[in-house]
Write a protein that binds this ligand. Structure first.
Ligand code: SF4
Length: 285
């Protein structure tokens, strides 16, 4: 799936197009939402360190909301850090009070109430709606424990057979006209994100096994990185004479959404921080 392309199509729906009439683009950005939920929250402290916000999966996946949780976790972490400073004690046991404070707080209870939201839908839409509603309304009295789930059940299926291709790329399908007013191609959108990286640095996107991108991935998953990346960072080029593929990585376009690090089916891409200061320049918060 190419989420950027789907979003352009969404804006062309007559109802949405009417809402956007006379509007103009202000900024572009992309972000992967950590929807793992309550059961994927890691240990939130270590000696001398605390984890807050999205980094700790503190995100209400049922509402696709995480800013309030991130802010509150930052406040609670600041309190724990201040306490550690006063007592000059940065040990695990000293900082563990931060984790307790998260789960005693309103945000911890909110995360707990929606803890099985995604798992509930793995057996279908209708049973998912019933289970999710019971859990939310009754606060977990009926479904107390973690429902069984498979990792990325919906989106990580292999292509049906060898030599199949995935969903069409924008260029292949050609069914969206980018008018520069309502619809924008990825390159134009990257411009609106203000993304800048120093060109003369090692790419901050590391491919562990490049042969896998040419041998297995095209047949098994159809090189999804060239579709799901919202900034056209990954491009597969083919030699005119030999037809040999070559993966081009336009790392300077990267919006730091982390989709490739998370969604590459083989875990073959690792995102590391680029040189200081590089990345999108969001000015609207
Ligand atoms: Fe997002 Fe990865 Fe593309 Fe950067 S390279 S924009 S982190 S998918």
């Amino acid at each position: 799936l190419d989420p950027h392309r789907e979003f352009q199509k969404f804006k062309l729906h007559p109802y949405v197009a009417n809402l956007l009439r006379d509007g103009k683009i202000v900024q572009y950005g992309a972000k992967t939402a950590p929807v793992g939920g309550y059961f994927s929250i890691p240990k939130l402290y270590c000696k001398g360190g605390l984890i807050i916000g999205d980094a700790a999966n503190l995100f209400v996946s049922q509402k696709i909301k995480g800013i309030h949780v991130a802010m509150k976790s930052g406040m609670l972490a600041a309190e724990a850090a201040m306490d550690a400073l006063i007592r000059d004690d940065y040990s695990e046991s000293s900082l563990s009070k931060y984790q307790k404070s998260i789960f005693q707080d309103k945000i911890g209870k909110e995360l707990y109430r929606s803890r099985n939201f995604h798992q509930a839908f793995q057996k279908g839409q209708w049973s998912g709606m019933i289970k999710a509603a019971f859990q939310y309304l009754l606060g977990g009295r009926i479904i107390r424990n973690r429902l069984p789930s498979e990792p990325d059940f919906v989106h990580m299926r292999m292509l049906a057979g060898p030599n199949r291709v995935g969903s069409p790329t924008v260029e292949q399908s050609g069914d969206i006209i980018y008018d520069g007013e309502r619809t924008f191609n990825k390159d134009a959108d990257v411009y609106y994100s203000g993304t800048i990286h120093e060109e003369r640095q090692p790419p901050h996107l590391k491919i562990t096994d490049i042969d896998l991108c040419y041998d297995r991935c095209p047949n098994e998953y159809g090189n999804p990185c060239i579709r799901f990346c919202p900034a056209n960072v990954y491009e597969m080029e083919f030699d005119e004479k030999t037809g040999k593929p070559s993966l081009k990585i336009n790392f300077t376009n990267c919006l730091h959404c982390k989709t490739c690090d998370i969604k590459d089916p083989y875990g073959n891409i690792t995102w590391i921080p680029p040189e200081g200061g590089g990345g999108p320049k969001y000015t609207i918060v």
